[in-house]
Write a protein that binds this ligand. Structure first.
Ligand SMILES: C[S@@+](CC[C@H](N)C(=O)[O-])C[C@H]1O[C@@H](n2cnc3c(N)ncnc32)[C@H](O)[C@@H]1O
Length: 244
């Protein structure tokens, strides 16, 4: 199924902020878990009363974030597959660009399901493994990703401790069909899926060359690999009656 495409980051942030705000309870702060929080938080929730807990396996990245932004109310260092957290403690779990780096993601998804309160919201942002972008990321070694970040994205710290990119795994369970199936069988309802183009944004000569390349790749895959977006944003809700 083709996702609904969001035009830019402003539209994406407006959608996510609206979804998160819809979960704000009366009389207490919204409990948000940022899973794989890394060194920065992409959202600005200025009109919402919330408490933000960050969990990440990379202490250096979280230390860097707290030094630069100091925006986490609580920090937990641990692996999303094994870290212990109380059941039903979060209204919202937000995870961006994390699951493509983790093997056996069903353990992570199981944990998200457990940590969410009934009716809680799970937002997963992840590169789609079945796009030209995802395919290229899966087929190339990590050092190519580092040089892509340095040369194409202009990130001079790429690959240094605490900085992107992290090695990718792209667990098959991360495919759109597999993720939908997991949700169906585990008391989670997929409310919406958005696609976003996060790599073909500029109009430089280099971007035009990349555009032609990815269009050709998509053509050679008989349209199986999409080129016009690379990220998927899943809006998922935990069923109310499923309160283990
Ligand atoms: C690409 S960064 C994304 C950081 C941040 N979410 C963002 O959107 O900028 C991936 C993050 O996932 C974390 N990570 C990777 N595998 C993890 C795991 N198994 N458990 C917890 N965190 C993990 C990394 O340490 C890193 O901070």
């Amino acid at each position: 199924m083709s996702p609904e495409i969001v035009s830019d980051t402003t539209e994406e942030k407006a959608i996510l902020t609206r979804c998160i705000a819809s979960k704000a309870p009366i009389g207490r702060p919204l409990q948000i878990l940022e899973a794989g929080c890394g060194n920065k938080w992409q959202l600005k929730l200025s009109d919402i009363n919330y408490t933000l807990t960050g969990v990440d396996v990379d202490k250096e990245a979280v230390d860097l974030r707290q030094r630069q932004h100091n925006d986490l109310h609580e920090v937990i260092i641990g692996d999303l597959r094994t870290v212990e957290m109380p059941a039903q403690s979060y209204d919202v779990i937000y995870t961006a660009y994390v699951l493509e780096h983790v093997g056996n993601i069903e353990r992570v998804l199981d944990n998200f399901q457990t940590w969410l309160k009934p009716g809680g919201l799970l937002i997963i942002k992840v590169p789609d493994r079945d796009t030209v972008y995802g395919f290229m990321a899966r087929m190339t070694p990590h050092w190519v990703h580092i040089w892509y970040y340095r040369l194409i994205k202009g990130n001079k710290n790429a690959g240094k401790p605490g900085y992107l990119p992290y090695p990718t795994v792209y667990d098959p369970a991360l495919g759109q069909q597999a993720l939908r199936r997991f949700c169906r069988h585990n008391g989670l309802a997929v409310k919406a899926i958005f696609g976003k183009n996060n790599y073909l944004r500029k109009r430089s000569f280099r971007d035009r060359v990349i555009r032609i390349f990815v269009q050709l790749m998509s053509l050679f895959s008989f349209g199986r690999l999409a080129w016009h977006y690379n990220d998927l944003i899943y809006i998922i809700e935990k069923n109310r009656e499923n309160s283990d």
